[in-house]
Design a protein around this ligand. Structure first.
Ligand SMILES: Nc1nc2c(ncn2[C@@H]2O[C@H](COP(=O)(O)OP(=O)(O)OP(=O)(O)O)[C@@H](O)[C@H]2O)c(=O)[nH]1
Ligand SMILES: [Mg+2]
Length: 296
């Protein structure tokens, strides 16, 4: 008999959820940046080992929505929690130590609403001076009754991630596989390519520009020489942001393109020709029709 479980990965922005998914899958699937609110949609990643399949749902970081876009983002978290058999709560351990508590009203209520096996992941242990410093947090977690178990690890260094996988496999119910064991995700290459372009924007700009940016793939096709032609709109909210993204003489846009292209080529495993067009769509983050056309 096989085992299969859907595992929702939730937590505050920047706690390392996407890094954890990538460490589990040993590939760069979900985009990661140093900035909070990088992930905007649900990203599905599949790990099939032996007779157990774990279907992970990486989600946007939990926050109180200010924009319509953020409301959609929180909707993805809710859906993922509802769909899950197991919940993984990811915490930035150095921050929790500084706060003096691991518990967080942002997800506590969500867990209380949905009684199911829940694993607390104390992440970023590489950034904790002495491992012992995390002990009071583990104690607090165990007393709270919210968690089946707690594990301290480092997603970035892929340390103790295997231990987490062992725990999750042990919690997975007997069930047929939900996906072909060869699959790493059910989302399209087109989706991930858009994400890699957005990641490149997030990495190259500070302040509000990354948050005001969305990427829409407009063309994705193989030409006669076997090279892939990808065209994308980089959408921003205002003219001044467009000017920033393009940069003097187009230098900034060129950098975005070349960084993104390297990631895309590694992901797809073949050369691509990437063309980017910067467009302004005023206030898209708050505009229901615009968001819907972007799939939010
Ligand atoms: N030191 C350290 N940094 C980490 C670790 N895991 C993640 N990070 C860093 O934390 C930052 C955020 O990582 P992400 O994986 O994008 O975090 P996230 O929870 O997916 O963030 P959102 O998508 O914004 O909710 C990045 O700079 C990561 O490199 C870790 O184990 N140790
Ligand atoms: Mg993320």
């Amino acid at each position: 008999m096989t085992r299969c479980a859907t595992v929702a990965i939730v937590g505050r922005p920047n706690s390392g959820k996407s890094t954890l998914l990538n460490a589990i899958l040993e590939m760069h699937l979900s985009i990661v940046t140093a900035k909070p609110q990088t992930t905007r949609r649900r990203v599905l990643g599949i790990d099939t080992t032996g007779d157990t399949q774990l279907v992970f749902l990486d989600t946007p970081g939990l926050l109180k929505p200010k924009y319509r876009l953020q409301r959609s983002m929180m909707g993805y978290v809710e859906e993922s929690l509802d769909e899950s058999d197991i919940i993984c709560v990811v915490v930035d351990t150095p921050k929790a130590i500084a706060r003096g508590t691991v518990l967080d009203p942002m997800w506590q209520e969500e867990l209380e609403k949905r009684k199911r096996p829940t694993v607390l992941v104390l992440n970023k242990m590489d950034a904790v001076g002495i491992r012992k410093e995390a002990l009071p947090l583990m104690d607090e977690a165990s007393k709270s009754g919210l968690f089946t178990t707690t594990i301290a690890l480092s997603a970035k260094d892929n340390k103790y991630v295997d231990e987490l996988l062992k725990i999750l496999r042990g919690l997975a119910p007997e069930a047929p596989f939900a996906f072909d064991p060869e699959m790493a995700s059910d989302q399209t290459d087109r989706f991930f390519v858009g994400e890699f372009i957005r990641e490149s924007v997030f990495k190259q700009f500070t302040e509000e520009v990354p948050y005001a940016t969305e990427v829409m793939i407009t063309e994705f096709k193989e030409n006669d020489e076997g090279k892939w032609y990808i065209s994308a709109d980089v959408i921003v909210e205002r003219d001044n942001q467009k000017a920033i993204i393009i940069g003097a003489g187009g230098a900034a846009l060129k950098r975005i393109g070349s960084t993104a292209r390297a990631t895309i080529e590694e992901y797809l495993g073949h050369p691509v020709y990437l063309e980017l067009y910067v467009k302004v769509r005023r206030d898209w983050r708050n505009d229901r029709a615009q968001l819907s056309s972007m799939g939010y």
